[in-house]
Structure formats: C-alpha cells, structure tokens
Design a protein around this ligand. Structure first.
Ligand code: FMN
Length: 301
C-alpha cells in the first residue's frame, strides 16, 4: 500500500510510475519462439532496444561518468546517448567506440548550435538532436542551464538545424500530438516521447500518450521513449504501445557508481533478458512484432 505521507500526486515521475504499474500483460504461449531483441536503427544493428539516456555531468556519480557509461553501452552493443557537455567530452565519449546520439541543448545562440552540430558530425556520432523541452524554466522565463541561456525554437529554426546536417536529427521532449506533427513537418528523423524526468508537474505519462503519438508518426520515423524505465517489463510495455526503442537514465546511476562501465553493461544485459522473458511469454518473435493487444489496462486510467 502506498505511504500517503510520501505521496506526491503532482509529481510526474510518480504519476508515470503509477501508469507503468497500471498496465497488465496477457500471456500467449502457443507457437511462441525464442525472441530476438535486436534493434535496427539508422542502418546499424544493436543487440537491444535499451539505450543509455541523454545524461550529462555524471562526474559526481563516478569519475569520468559519461565515458564509463559509453563504454558500458558499447560493451553491451547498445546505443548510447549524450546530453549537455563540452566538445572535449563529446569527443571522449565517441572515442570509446560507443554509437552515440548527441542531444544538443536549445542554446539561445543558434550559431553555437550549428557549430555543435558540425562538431558532433566530426566526432562520428550515429545521430544528433535537441531537447526542445529544456527552453523554459518553471517561472515562464527562458531557462538558464549552468550559466547558458536557452530559448524555445520555432519550426523554422528546427528546419534549419535539420537541413544543416546529413545525420538523422531527433527531437527530444515530444509530449503532444501537436509537437509530433511539427517534428514530422520539420523533417526530424526520430522523436523522444519524454517529460524530461518531470520537468513539469502533472505531465502526462509518456506511455499514456504514446499510442496517439504513434498514430501521428505512422511508422515514418522511429519513436523513442524515456522517463521511469526501471525494468525489462517497463521496456516491453513501451515497445508494445508504439516505441521502437527506449532510453534508461536514472536507473543506471547506482550500477555506474558501484561498478563503472561493467555495472552499466550488466544492467543493460539484465534488463534485456527480462525483456526477452516477457517477449517469449507473449509470442513476440522480435521487437517489431509485439502485439499491442497483449496490454490490459487496470481500472482508473
Ligand atoms: C543527471 C541527469 C542529466 C541529464 N542531462 C540531460 C541533458 O543534458 N540533455 C537531455 O536531453 N536530457 C538530459 N537528462 C534527461 C534524460 O535524458 C531523460 O530524459 C530523463 O532522465 C528521463 O529518463 P529516466 O527517468 O530514465 O532518468 C538528464 C537526466 C539526468 C538524471
């Protein structure tokens, strides 16, 4: 039973957890096979649809935390994402060999964004993008992150960023059908359905809105999901409801702190095994063949 003293009904992370736990899964054993968890993304093949989230500044978790995370992802043949960081850090992350997606912040200075896009290209990233949900603070003013001013980006500006690169450009922080339409119009090659670990109270859980967003996207570009992924079961639910792959962020902090890259790798492998376990019991032969009708909704949602 939930401890009411600690219940925060406004907390988007709590609401998101409750939604994950409200989803039930039926079993389908007849004709089932050993499942494949392989992910095909932007012309490359990975062993798992579980990716390391676009984190940043992990030195307070573990020395060289971002590089350790990248090494762990690489060892598990998983996609690695990298968030805010200077050029040297992005270069060090990509030098591990990890296939990395670099999310560039919505800096107020667009020239700086173009320079960072070029730099990420030179580092050989798999893809790049922008967390468009980090442009405002909670006070309705422009956000300032570690002294750097952010501004919201228009459709026209996004089109210019996207046109400037041959690499797939991903819009991170889509939590509405409206932004999904705009992401397609901008020419994005992927979106991340996310509330940025609760950047706003009462944010709709990503999995709740995912089926509607998936309808808008209509398989034209990959859909990624993050926020609150803790287990292979959570991953399964996200894939069943329309995600092509997911990112795991805060769940990797403890293993990263304790065991560095080995801890990251082991967690990815463990969650991937859990995912395979549920896929096997739902007759899902690979991640593109998970039937959404295996998901049942508890009352109340
Ligand atoms: C320490 C930390 C740093 C983060 N830095 C970034 C960032 O620089 N860019 C970004 O797009 N998201 C950043 N995020 C957000 C994550 O990419 C992700 O959207 C969020 O944490 C939700 O996933 P989770 O619940 O699995 O942690 C950060 C999250 C954490 C916890």
């Amino acid at each position: 039973m939930k401890d009411m003293e600690h219940s925060k009904p406004w907390d988007s992370n709590q609401i998101t957890r409750e939604y994950f736990d409200s989803l039930l899964v039926e079993m389908r054993h007849i004709d089932a096979v050993i499942p494949s968890t392989k992910l095909e993304l932007y012309g490359e093949t990975f062993d798992t649809p579980i990716m390391m989230a676009a984190l940043s500044h992990l030195d307070n978790v573990r020395e060289n935390g971002m590089v350790e995370m990248a090494k762990g992802a690489h060892a598990a043949n998983a996609v690695n994402w990298a968030g805010m960081g200077d050029e040297a850090e992005i270069a060090a992350i990509t030098a591990t060999g990890a296939r990395t997606i670099n999310i560039i912040k919505p800096y107020a200075d667009n020239d700086y964004i173009f320079r960072r896009i070029e730099h990420a290209e030179r580092c050989g990233v798999l893809a790049l993008g922008m967390d468009v949900d980090h442009s405002f603070g909670g006070n309705g003013k422009y956000d300032v992150v570690l002294g750097e001013k952010m501004t919201p980006k228009s459709l026209t500006e996004l089109k210019e960023f996207i046109k400037s690169t041959k690499l797939p450009f991903i819009i991170k922080g889509v939590l509405s059908e409206q932004d999904a339409y705009k992401a397609l119009e901008a020419g994005a090659k992927g979106i991340v359905v996310s509330h940025h670990h609760g950047i706003m109270n009462y944010a709709v859980p990503p999995l709740y809105i995912l089926p509607r967003i998936a309808k808008v996207i209509n398989r034209q570009i990959p859909i990624f999901v993050d926020c609150g992924i803790m287990s292979g079961m959570d991953v399964f639910k996200a894939l069943a409801l329309g995600a092509d792959a997911v990112s795991a962020g805060r769940v990797i902090m403890e293993p990263l702190k304790k065991n560095g890259s080995d801890g990251v790798k082991e967690l990815i492998l463990k969650m991937t095994e859990e995912l395979a376990g549920v896929m096997a019991r739902t007759c899902s032969k690979d991640i593109n063949h998970i039937d959404p009708s295996v998901i049942w909704h508890r009352n109340g949602w």
